[in-house]
Design a protein around this ligand. Structure first.
Ligand SMILES: *[C@@H]1O[C@H](CO)[C@@H](O)[C@H](O)[C@H]1NC(C)=O
Ligand SMILES: *[C@@H]1O[C@H](CO)[C@@H](O)[C@H](O)[C@H]1NC(C)=O
Length: 404
């Protein structure tokens, strides 16, 4: 009996501590939290399914940080109930994942997996610029990061600029610093201090005259030149203003070709791009995407040789290649029609009756509405009581013409 009571007590205790991995936050949070606390917060709405899907991930993150003794506190808040807090964090969509450190808020916009979110949280929670003081630390960092920004040299105005860029772009990438003797001998730097990016098996050095603003340069260089791209990355790349050349492949293919004007990536499966192009795409193929205006370029024929591909890319860059898509009014209407069709097609194939109902219901409502409006208007009625449709319609047309 006593045993059973202990078990119950234990499980109650366990449950209570499990629940505390993730704290429920309300509008008083900003006043009650400590100044130096670091928080990872999920804003949700009770009706949002994506938020519910995130619950187990959130719980795992909470328990992992707790067991590691991490300084990161994990919380969640119902944005529909705690509107003050949601407003403070400028929450517009659900779920919103944000981090708070030293009263600065950082927004997470990547894939909602435990690894993705924890990588983000660790990056923000740690120092803004991480010092790599030995060759071992440098090698270790190199093995873990596809793209690595490194400041080389002593304290300088450039380091001040580098640190302030780090403050703004830490949500996207890590920032490191080191001294010249830690770098491999093969790296040649003409002057110190320098900012270097290591990626694609090589490195590029920042030059203020050639590359302009440091922040813009880092924002452009923060993707590997050739890598697998998902739709989140594609959008993030679009925001930098560069073009994106996508090789759509069924399986992983490698290509060493690289042009500095574009990102190169490969994408498995063509669903996302079919949506952009609004049609079927036969893979494997190449496509250049201009995310500034939702435009795209397809090669005129099949690309069989390297020269075919280079001619196509030259055509895109010098403007002789005909672009498609875009974000003009006509394209938007086409997109609306396409999206509606794509959304309704699976409904029709799985549940034709429901599909008919979804289409027929608004049409019926619309028809009834028109009918009622029509009926409410003083119509010309002949002796038998049959409404004469011609005069009101004609009148309507005429008045429209007049207003033109
Ligand atoms: C730091 O940035 C400012 C403007 O953002 C620029 O004028 C200045 O030249 C930069 N200094 C160095 C050393 O890069
Ligand atoms: C990509 O779109 C932007 C914005 O509309 C435009 O200025 C730029 O010329 C386009 N680039 C190409 C290669 O079409």
């Amino acid at each position: 009996m006593a045993d059973r009571r202990t078990t119950v007590l234990l499980s109650v205790l366990l449950f209570a501590s499990a629940a505390a991995f993730v704290e429920e936050l309300d509008d008083s949070f900003m006043e009650t939290k400590g100044d130096d606390e670091i928080w990872l917060i999920k804003f949700y709405a009770p009706w949002c399914t994506f938020c519910k899907q995130l619950d187990p991930v959130w719980h795992q993150i909470g328990s992992e940080y707790r067991s590691l003794g991490s300084p990161v506190h994990v919380g969640k808040s119902d944005a529909t109930a705690n509107t003050g807090l949601a407003k403070e964090f400028r929450v517009r969509t659900y779920p919103a994942i944000l981090m708070l450190k030293k009263n600065i808020k950082y927004n997470y916009s990547g894939v909602r997996t435990k690894d993705g979110i924890m990588d983000f949280a660790n990056r923000i929670a740690g120092p803004l610029v991480r010092s790599l003081s030995s060759v071992q630390l440098f090698q270790h960092a190199m093995s873990r990061h596809d793209v690595m920004f490194v400041y080389v040299g002593a304290t300088s105005p450039l380091k001040g600029n580098y640190t302030s860029v780090a403050e703004q772009l830490i949500v996207h990438t890590y920032f490191f610093s080191t001294s010249r003797d830690v770098l491999p001998k093969a790296v040649s730097l003409s002057t110190l201090p320098a900012v270097v990016v290591f990626k694609d098996g090589t490195y590029f050095t920042y030059s203020e005259e050639r590359d302009g603003d440091l922040k813009l340069w880092i924002n452009r260089e923060r993707f590997p030149n050739f890598s697998q791209i998902d739709s989140y990355t594609l959008y993030a790349m679009g925001e930098t203003g560069k073009l994106v050349l996508l090789a759509l492949v069924e399986e992983k293919h490698l290509c060493e070709e690289s042009l500095r004007e574009m990102y190169f990536g490969f994408m498995a499966g063509s669903d996302y791009i079919s949506g952009l192009v609004m049609g079927e795409i036969i893979v494997p193929t190449f496509i250049v995407v201009n995310l500034s205006n939702d435009g795209y370029f397809l090669p005129p024929g099949t690309v069989q040789t390297e020269q075919n591909l280079l001619d196509f890319l030259d055509g895109v860059l010098n403007g002789s290649m005909q672009g498609h898509g875009g974000n003009g009014a006509l394209q938007r209407v086409r997109r609306l029609v396409y999206d509606t069709r794509v959304t309704l097609a699976p409904v029709f194939s799985h549940a034709p009756l429901l599909g008919c109902f979804l289409v027929a219901f608004p049409l019926t409502i619309g028809a009834c509405f028109c009918y009622l409006c029509f009926k409410a208007r003083p119509t010309v009625v002949d002796e038998d009581g049959t409404p004469l449709l011609a005069p009101p319609l004609g009148g309507h047309k005429k008045s429209k013409k007049k207003s033109d």
